[in-house]
Design a protein around this ligand. Structure first.
Ligand SMILES: [Zn+2]
Length: 127
């Protein structure tokens, strides 16, 4: 991987990180709404659940992006964390924050567990 490649991935990741931080800061969707109408209550609960699911997804994406920055710094970017083979440029172009080659991704999905980082810690670190 050349420095030109790395710089390109770095700017893609920076844009992604900025976008995720902006999305995560916009947490109005989770505010607990009080409404006297039972049907509206259901509607609000559904929307709230959706907002929480999106936050979960976005915060785990942000974690991946931050981990990718660490790999750029330590020179391991573009190398699969599991089998240590190069990740294909095609896959990196599609998912620059990925830490695994396509073969290992399924394994990673199965064994992935959430770390100790909370959303707030992520937001502080990303600011
Ligand atoms: Zn692999």
């Amino acid at each position: 991987m050349t420095n030109i490649d790395l710089n390109r991935y770095r700017s893609v990741l920076e844009a992604k990180q900025a976008e995720l931080v902006r999305l995560l800061r916009n947490r109005d969707g989770i505010a607990i709404e009080r409404c006297p109408d039972a049907l509206d209550e259901v509607q609000y609960a559904t929307e709230r659940e959706l907002a929480i699911r999106n936050l979960d997804r976005e915060s785990s994406l942000l974690r991946n992006v931050r981990a990718a920055f660490c790999r750029i710094e330590d020179g391991s970017f573009g190398v699969c964390l599991h089998c240590e083979e190069d990740i294909s440029p095609k896959r990196l172009a599609a998912v620059p924050s990925t830490a695994f080659c396509i073969v290992c991704q399924e394994f990673a999905d199965r064994s992935q567990c959430d770390g100790a980082e909370t959303l707030d810690e992520l937001l502080i670190a990303a600011a």
